[in-house]
Design a protein around this ligand. Structure first.
Ligand code: SF4
Length: 323
């Protein structure tokens, strides 16, 4: 697990807004984020809705144009690569979207939905070969091949998401961005899909960027975790470090809000206040208006990441003496 698959440095994604005054105040969805991923590794990205995690996931595989920064994938700088140059790499960069109801073309049959990347990347030579390969992929994701000629509306939500996963693994990618892949599904279906994703990862050795608002799900799936808040990563480290030794006040609050089955262990803390506007985030530490530990300096100083333990980084002024 040492070969670097992905390296994104100082990535920003700012969206222009319509109107003269608004143009000079873009939406800063991702603001100076660096992440890396080894071959076969799972990086979890966790944060509240609007933290920029989905935008980051899409930007690193160039489904969204980064505003600045640098992205290297499989050793190739793809930051400004044209679509023609990206085409060869696309089969290695796949995505599974959150909503299985809107991510599948309702007019296409399952055989064509899953078979499309096989055809686009020239991985099958005939219709028969495509059908056989798609039937094999359906079995791999726990579906019956009798679904080959069905349409998406004839499937349940869980089945549709399995189809999305089959489509993503069809070209044998090196990286799949999983954008909240189970959050639109029932709890029992969620657990089955998470186990399926873990089994696929073990079998194919594929890397995941696993995006979720749920820290317990991210912990279950990931080797390393990055916590995002208002377009920045505020803490990152191994999944165990983050889960059992959280340092940033925001990570601690996310952890304390995980429902505990044992009522004696339950700590019902909700994170007070709303996430800041991505157009005009607060000065200093972006978390300061909601942080129970905020000090005077937090309003003025934007904390840099500090490596507190090997591989465990935190951006918080409480740890500045460890820099
Ligand atoms: Fe809280 Fe200050 Fe740390 Fe920000 S820098 S998380 S406001 S203590």
């Amino acid at each position: 697990m040492s070969e670097k698959l992905l390296n994104a440095e100082s990535l920003t994604v700012h969206f222009a807004r319509a109107g003269f005054l608004r143009r000079s105040h873009p939406v800063k969805a991702v603001d100076g984020v660096s992440i890396s991923l080894n071959a076969g590794e799972v990086l979890g990205i966790v944060g509240e809705s609007g933290s920029g995690k989905t935008t980051l996931g899409k930007a690193v595989i160039r489904l969204i144009e980064p505003t600045s920064g640098r992205i290297k994938f499989m050793g190739i700088d793809i930051t400004r690569a044209k679509e023609r140059e990206l085409r060869k790499l696309r089969k290695h960069m796949q995505i599974v979207h959150q909503d299985p109801y809107s991510s599948l073309n309702p007019r296409m049959r399952i055989v064509d939905i899953i078979g499309r990347p096989l055809v686009i990347h020239g991985l099958v030579g005939s219709e028969k070969e495509k059908r056989e390969r798609v039937a094999e992929l359906l079995r791999k994701v726990g579906l019956n091949e009798t679904l080959l000629f069905r349409f998406p509306h004839e499937l349940s939500g869980g089945q549709r998401q399995r189809v999305s996963i089959a489509r993503a693994i069809a070209p044998m990618p090196k990286l799949i961005v999983l954008d909240e892949p189970t959050s639109a599904l029932d709890v029992s279906v969620q657990a089955q899909l998470l186990n399926l994703l873990r089994a696929i990862r073990s079998e194919l050795g594929v890397s995941y960027i696993f995006i979720s608002h749920d820290l317990s799900v991210v912990y279950y799936m990931s080797d390393r975790i990055a916590v995002m808040y208002a377009g920045k990563i505020v803490e990152s480290g191994s999944a165990d470090e983050l889960f059992f030794n959280p340092l940033h006040p925001y990570t601690k609050l996310l952890l304390s809000s995980i429902p505990q089955p044992d009522p004696k262990k339950r700590i019902d803390i909700t994170i007070e206040g709303e996430p800041p506007s991505p157009v005009s985030p607060p000065p200093g530490c972006r978390f300061h208006p909601r942080c129970p530990m905020a000090m005077e300096d937090c309003r003025k100083v934007d904390p840099e990441p500090i490596e507190v333990e090997k591989g465990h980084f935190v951006s918080c002024l409480l740890y500045r003496d460890k820099a």
